[in-house]
Design a protein around this ligand. Structure first.
Ligand SMILES: [Zn+2]
Length: 163
């Protein structure tokens, strides 16, 4: 009888330890680590109010408002937060949505999260280096990937030339 009680007690403590670890581990796993990390005040000081709203607060620019919609030169679209090259002009296409659109990012330049805001499930896209929000990716893009990276032009800066 005593053995059984001891066994149950130790099993309970093992389970509570496991639960405790799980509770502690999940928020840490959800929070990604980025090479460039700054305080809210530092981002506010560095970015324009519109860049801050989109990159740091998951905002969305008004469709048709980005000058990058009409950018057709060869070059690189880099992160407005940390300068990481994100998209090549080679992958830009006319989606007709009013947001700069690409069918593929530069390798390893972006990361994604599932975004369930507004009761819709979408795939959120952010910069892999600073975590800045860029836009969303949808599975209705052109070949060769079939993906449509729908980006906020405010989150990007164009650098002509090269590639
Ligand atoms: Zn960045």
């Amino acid at each position: 009888m005593i053995d059984r009680r001891i066994m149950l007690a130790s099993l309970a403590s093992l389970l509570s330890l496991a639960a405790f670890r799980w509770l502690r581990a999940s928020p840490a796993q959800a929070a990604e680590k980025f090479e460039v990390e700054k305080s809210d005040a530092e981002w506010r000081a560095q970015l324009t109010p519109q860049q801050y709203d989109i990159l740091r607060k998951q905002g969305t620019e008004r469709p048709g408002s980005s000058p990058l919609l009409n950018e057709h030169r060869k070059g690189i679209f880099a992160c407005a937060g940390c300068d990481l090259p994100l998209f090549s002009s080679e992958t830009k296409f006319e989606s007709g949505t009013g947001w700069p659109s690409f069918w593929a990012p530069i390798r390893d330049a972006v990361a994604t999260n599932v975004d369930r805001s507004y009761g819709i499930t979408r795939v959120e896209v952010h910069c892999a280096k600073c975590g800045g929000h860029l836009g969303h990716v949808f599975p209705d893009g052109p070949q060769p990937t079939g993906e449509r990276y729908c980006m906020n032009g405010v989150a990007l800066q164009f650098e002509a030339g090269g590639n």
